[in-house]
Design a protein around this ligand. Structure first.
Ligand SMILES: Cc1cc2nc3c(=O)[nH]c(=O)nc-3n(C[C@H](O)[C@H](O)[C@H](O)COP(=O)(O)OP(=O)(O)OC[C@H]3O[C@@H](n4cnc5c(N)ncnc54)[C@H](O)[C@@H]3O)c2cc1C
Length: 259
């Protein structure tokens, strides 16, 4: 089997986000692989361990995104590719989907293309479905478990995580999946994997390499605002027994119509 997993490089989730001049900034916070994408890599690796084959990790971004790819190689992916072209800057989700689909087609013969649930920086959560649409493949989103896969018959059965429970879904391959964290803890990169990743040459694919011109972005995000600060007044109820303090608190809660 050949599985492609898309991984994005994002600011560390512990970083504090600020908005300056209508632009989001994470300061000099370290960049890491999108946490959801580690689950996607785990699913891809587990499937090839069970059914044979290799995993190719692909990221679109600046050269910084090589770190996410190296993390994927260290976890066990066989190959990593960076999509990098100044013409792709400002791609909206639809444009990004066309670019990612072109990369999947260039790799060729993939049985599965796997995404994380969403990217924690821009959070549109639509890349898997949109890429499936461009490829013309079925999409199974929010996958929490893969119950069965028949590489010869080219079929897959998966469980989707719904708020009210699990939904069992079957599909033909090739297909696009997005993975949620119920899938199971991602493995840690091995020592050997880290060594291999540190020496790996990561090829870069431009628009010309993909045989496309940069798709036009229709959606723009001209301004980003912090939510207005809420006014909060604190009051400490002092004096009296615990019962009296509780009664005063209850009166205040009722007066404020909190209950
Ligand atoms: C502040 C801001 C706001 C934005 N708002 C919009 C908007 O409203 N509408 C719109 O169309 N676009 C928007 N974009 C652009 C959008 O973020 C990019 O097109 C992005 O590539 C796809 O969306 P996402 O990062 O939200 O990914 P999601 O769809 O949330 O990510 C899902 C999965 O897709 C994969 N993936 C996503 N991006 C990449 C990548 N570059 N390389 C490899 N794998 C990837 C990962 O597996 C990830 O887990 C916005 C960008 C910014 C910076």
């Amino acid at each position: 089997m050949k599985i492609i997993v898309f991984v994005k490089q994002v600011p560390d989730s512990a970083a504090s986000v600020a908005v300056e001049d209508g632009k989001v900034t994470w300061g000099d916070a370290p960049l890491v692989i999108n946490p959801w994408d580690e689950y996607a890599v785990e699913a891809a690796l587990a499937l090839t361990e069970a059914h044979g084959g290799d995993v190719v990790a692909i990221s679109m971004g600046s050269e910084d995104a090589k770190e996410a790819l190296k993390h994927s190689l260290a976890m066990g992916c066989a190959e990593a590719i960076l999509i990098n072209d100044p013409a792709f800057a400002g791609a909206d989700s639809a444009a990004a989907a066309r670019i990612l689909a072109a990369a999947a087609q260039k790799v060729g013969d993939a049985d599965l293309v796997i995404f994380g649930k969403q990217a924690i920086d821009s959070d549109t959560g639509v890349s898997a479905a949109m890429t499936a649409r461009v490829l013309g493949w079925p999409a199974i989103t929010l996958v929490a478990a893969i119950d069965a896969l028949d590489a010869d018959a080219k079929t897959i059965q998966a469980q989707r995580a719904m708020e009210e429970g699990r939904q069992v879904v079957s599909s033909k391959l090739p297909a696009v999946l997005s993975i949620v964290k119920d899938y199971g803890e991602p493995r840690y990169p091995s020592f050997m994997g880290i060594r291999k990743a540190s020496k790996a040459e990561i090829p870069m694919w431009s628009a010309a390499d993909l045989g496309i011109t940069a798709p036009e972005a229709v959606v723009s995000w001209p301004e980003i605002m912090s939510p207005p600060a809420r006014e909060i007044a604190n009051e400490i109820i002092e004096g009296g027994s615990p019962e009296e303090i509780a009664a005063t608190l209850a009166d205040k809660i009722m007066a404020e119509k909190v209950l």
